[in-house]
Design a protein around this ligand. Structure first.
Ligand SMILES: Cc1cc2nc3c(=O)[nH]c(=O)nc-3n(C[C@H](O)[C@H](O)[C@H](O)COP(=O)(O)OP(=O)(O)OC[C@H]3O[C@@H](n4cnc5c(N)ncnc54)[C@H](O)[C@@H]3O)c2cc1C
Length: 443
């Protein structure tokens, strides 16, 4: 069948297996080469694409929950949406969450996802206690900080290459309400928003929407959103007080077909960004929002990826160290603005310190830019790669579909350590994705 990920590029023919337990996973992989694990297909590029795809979507059972400590064990096909629906009413929340709740736990581990709280609470690995993994040989192992430690760390950010993640045990976060106390602050340019992100480093969640269509003194005008889980006290005298742990019920919109390629151009994207920035009149606003509106605003529009048309799109997400911050960001934004590569959605966040083999985060600033696929795009992204790597930064593999093997090796200096582990657990290179082949990971 034809499969693709969130960027709808590339679209490939694959043999898709949807096993519902470990025995069926073994039957699906036995004796095969070129297979890779797959969750909800929310990575943007080719990380979960291969000749044979092993989907986790029927392995979606909760296995154990310690209600005192908030420790959850579940199968890898459980999604953030499942966790929120079951555990928010009990007063627990995912410790880290990406910008969509339609992501599986297998995908969260394989990409070592980060949220708006990385600067304080790290990425998903930081809250994970153990994993159950099926290696290429079919052997099932448990790995943790005490057991099979090298495989444990290689699996976070390892993009599925260490085997099929069967189970994940991790710590949930205690909450009093399902609401977030949000403050939004307007910044007139890049310099101001980078300063605000630093000023509010103590806030649990921070994220900035940034306008990447303006130049000159307005370049990088932004809206910073910072949030904290609201306490019961903060909900007192509001309409939410009666049911503080309610799951938000939202009307879902849908993009029913692919938009024509001309729908998103410099003018329409510029107009959207102008309207978005100016919808907030005052410099600062405070409000209480349900968690869906704060963490997952795009989930309200099903198939929003279709607005990029049938050719698809890619997301360029990079991180650069703090020291390079303003200078590096400015250089990249100038190229994007000059090339007229208006990005509809651009999101800026800060990362705290992190160590890992192929995990993406490092202490610094991270920016995401969405671009429709076009013949001119990839050469410009190659130029951006040079700038990012010269500043000691890197791009996020889960969003990538085109970086070169040489550039990837430069950006990820711990690749040889990762390869030693792969050689040990998968010497025949059975596990391969289109991405791992392009990047020469399994050598
Ligand atoms: C709108 C949107 C917002 C996003 N926001 C963020 C964000 O804020 N932060 C962030 O970090 N990411 C973000 N992402 C990216 C997303 O979190 C990751 O791509 C995640 O890995 C997707 O998980 P998935 O279940 O869809 O897996 P897939 O996309 O199917 O696969 C992703 C990777 O996980 C591997 N994998 C999946 N399941 C298994 C398994 N059971 N065993 C072994 N390997 C497996 C695949 O091989 C692949 O390498 C966002 C994506 C979208 C579409």
């Amino acid at each position: 069948m034809k499969i693709s990920n969130w960027g709808n590029y590339p679209v490939i023919d694959a043999n898709v297996y949807v096993p519902n337990d470990k025995n069926a996973v073994y039957e699906a992989i036995e004796g095969k080469k070129n297979w890779i694990g797959r969750g909800m297909g929310r990575c943007y590029g080719d990380s979960s694409l291969a000749e044979t795809s092993i989907s986790s979507l029927k392995m979606n059972r909760f296995l154990a929950f310690d209600a005192q400590k908030g420790i959850l064990t579940c199968e890898s096909g459980i999604t953030f949406e499942d966790i929120l629906a079951t555990f928010v009413p009990k007063g627990w929340f995912p410790p880290v969450t990406p910008g969509t709740k339609f992501v599986s736990m297998g995908g969260a581990v394989a990409s070592d996802v980060h949220g708006k709280n990385h600067h304080i609470e790290g990425s998903f690995s930081q809250h994970t206690l153990s994993l159950v993994l099926m290696l290429a040989s079919g052997e099932i192992i448990t790995c943790s900080r005490e057991e099979n430690t090298d495989i444990f760390w290689a699996t976070f950010g390892g993009m599925g290459l260490t085997g099929i993640i069967l189970q994940v045990t991790f710590q949930l976060k205690k909450i009093e309400t399902a609401y977030i106390k949000v403050d939004t602050i307007k910044a007139k340019n890049l310099e101001e928003i980078l300063g605000l992100l630093l000023d509010f480093e103590h806030a649990t969640y921070t994220v900035a929407w940034i306008d990447c269509t303006t130049s000159g003194s307005n370049m990088g005008r932004s809206i910073l959103m910072k949030g904290e889980h609201a306490s019961l006290e903060q909900l007192r005298n509001t309409k939410y007080a009666a049911n503080p742990l309610a799951i938000p019920q939202k009307l879902k919109l849908n993009v029913p077909f692919y938009f024509p390629a001309i729908a998103l151009n410099k003018l329409t994207v510029g107009a959207f960004n102008f309207a978005y920035y100016n919808k907030q009149f005052s410099k600062e606003i405070s409000l209480i929002q349900d968690y869906d509106s704060f963490f997952y605003p795009l989930d309200a529009i099903h198939h929003w990826n279709r607005i990029y048309g049938k050719r698809g799109f890619t997301q360029y997400q990079f991180v650069i160290p703090k020291a390079a911050g303003y200078e590096g960001m400015k250089k990249i934004m100038e190229i994007v603005v000059k090339a007229g590569m208006a990005s509809f959605l651009a999101v800026l966040k800060t990362f705290g310190k992190q160590d890992g083999l192929l995990a993406f985060p490092m202490e610094g600033y991270t920016l995401t830019l969405d671009f429709p696929i076009s013949p001119q795009l990839f050469p410009i992204l190659d130029t951006l790669d040079e700038i990012v790597s010269n500043y000691g930064g890197r791009i996020y593999l889960t969003k990538d579909v085109r970086v070169s093997a040489e550039m990837f090796a430069k950006m990820y200096p711990k690749l040889p350590e990762f390869q030693v582990i792969l050689q040990k657990i998968d010497p025949k290179h059975a596990v391969q994705s289109l991405q791992s082949k392009r990047l020469n990971i399994n050598v």
